[in-house]
Design a protein around this ligand. Structure first.
Ligand SMILES: Cc1cc2nc3c(=O)[nH]c(=O)nc-3n(C[C@H](O)[C@H](O)[C@H](O)COP(=O)(O)OP(=O)(O)OC[C@H]3O[C@@H](n4cnc5c(N)ncnc54)[C@H](O)[C@@H]3O)c2cc1C
Length: 392
């Protein structure tokens, strides 16, 4: 078995495979090392098994969905924008379609077709090799004292869904080569609520809910509006998944249901009045009244303080959250190898020449809806382009 390659990619996930495939197309001699016994385990579960590859939106629209890391990904998107991703998969035999919500999926709706299009005989993958040690001599990197390469690409992913192989190994490797790591935590996850028991309203979904998460510095909030769902232990739905990127355990977040009930002297039960004036379901109204200890008497008899409490709950519901256990369910990772030490054009380390990063191992993360895979394809392609432009 050959042990020396021009480039070794560590990790056969979305970004590692796309990078290896692109490198091979650019005639770069490439090997992939993967610690699991098969490739792309996380890719297979994306989009509920259908794989939301990207979006049919221009780069400048998509780049608004990576928090303050849009500028870091700008060059990668210029190298491989969403429309080129679609063309690239078409060339690989994967036709796609876009839904009304702009999410792009393979025509077959099968993630496995995306995986097959990236894994072929054109480059070797060695499985069951967990990369633990990389040292650099004058010309080469030496991996686990065995494999040698001029260029290394770390494509080991983040820390969520650890059974897919994403257990944060890349951070220790990058750190051993001189890189700073920003504390990694799950994101795009449902959130546990520790300040109250929501089991009575499990399964209730609400539209147009505004979620405010405090920014770490100052009094400002990240504010997002969208669909929202109560679960047995907490809250989820698109607006929560995207907001979770900014959350920490112990934080207080604010929920505004964008509903209001004007105090009324009507001879009608309070719960019936709320039902008439809002789009809230009865089971939810019962919960709100019970949790605020507001008696369900005639509106005309309801005290001023109770109208205030009711409207405060509807517009400024403060919940204490926990992210405990979410590493098993988060769809992405916030944190990772600091982007300050990575060249945003080539994704080469600014500290260690010929060391590259692709995908989720880096400290960026996107919203739910195709943003994270698009960033994987774009960064992976940019790395391949940079290595091939260096020449063999
Ligand atoms: C349930 C779920 C659904 C999702 N759906 C979507 C979606 O529809 N659209 C979207 O855009 N994003 C989606 N995402 C996010 C997306 O899957 C990830 O952003 C993407 O897979 C990250 O790719 P990656 O290559 O950076 O890392 P990964 O896919 O995590 O791959 C890393 C690889 O590296 C290997 N590895 C790790 N350490 C080592 C080591 N020491 N030695 C050797 N190999 C190692 C791992 O085994 C793994 O194969 C979803 C995520 C989840 C969990």
């Amino acid at each position: 078995m050959r042990l020396i390659y021009n480039t070794i990619v560590i990790g056969a996930g979305a970004s590692g495979l796309f990078c290896a495939k692109s490198l091979t197309e650019m005639k770069i001699d490439t090997l992939v090392l993967e610690k699991m016994d098969r490739p792309g385990l996380k890719l297979l579960i994306t989009g509920g098994g259908m794989c939301n590859i990207t979006r049919d939106e221009p780069s400048y629209e998509m780049l608004k969905h990576y928090g303050d890391k849009g500028h870091f990904l700008g060059s990668a998107f210029s190298n491989l924008p969403p429309e080129e991703v679609i063309k690239s998969f078409k060339k690989k035999g994967v036709d796609t379609f876009a839904r009304e919500d702009h999410k792009v999926f393979p025509q077959s709706k099968k993630a496995i077709d995306v995986l097959y299009s990236l894994c072929d005989e054109s480059y070797p993958i060695i499985f069951n090799i967990c990369v633990e040690k990389i040292i650099k001599d004058e010309d080469n990197f030496i991996i686990n004292d065995t494999y040698k390469a001029k260029h290394i690409v770390i494509a080991t992913g983040g820390v969520t869904y650890p059974l897919t192989g994403s257990t944060g190994d890349g951070y220790a490797i990058a750190s051993s080569l001189g890189h700073k790591i920003i504390n990694a935590k799950p994101s795009l996850t449902q959130i546990k609520i520790v300040s109250e028991d929501l089991s009575d309203i499990e399964g209730i979904s609400l539209a147009n809910v505004t979620v405010s998460v405090p920014k770490s510095k100052g009094k400002k909030y990240h504010e997002l509006t969208g669909d929202f769902l109560f679960t047995r232990l907490g809250i989820t739905g698109p607006v929560i998944l995207d907001s979770s990127r900014y959350c920490e355990s112990g934080m207080l977040i604010k929920i505004n249901l964008n509903e209001r009930v004007e105090p009324s002297g009507a001879n009608i039960k309070l719960s019936n009045l709320i039902k008439k004036e809002t789009s809230l379901p009865s089971r939810f109204i019962d919960y709100i009244l019970k949790s605020e200890s507001i008696e369900d008497i005639e509106a005309s008899q309801t005290k001023k303080v109770n109208w205030q409490r009711l409207n405060n709950k509807l517009s400024n519901w403060v919940m204490e959250i926990s992210l405990k256990g979410t590493n098993k369910i988060g769809m992405s990772t916030e944190g990772g190898v600091t982007t300050k030490e990575i060249d945003s054009k080539t994704f080469e380390s600014k500290i260690c020449e010929n060391l590259y990063f692709t995908g989720e191992v880096m400290d960026y993360s996107g919203d739910c809806g195709g943003y994270n895979l698009q960033a994987c394809w774009s960064t992976a392609y940019s790395v391949a382009k940079a290595i091939s432009e260096k020449g063999i």
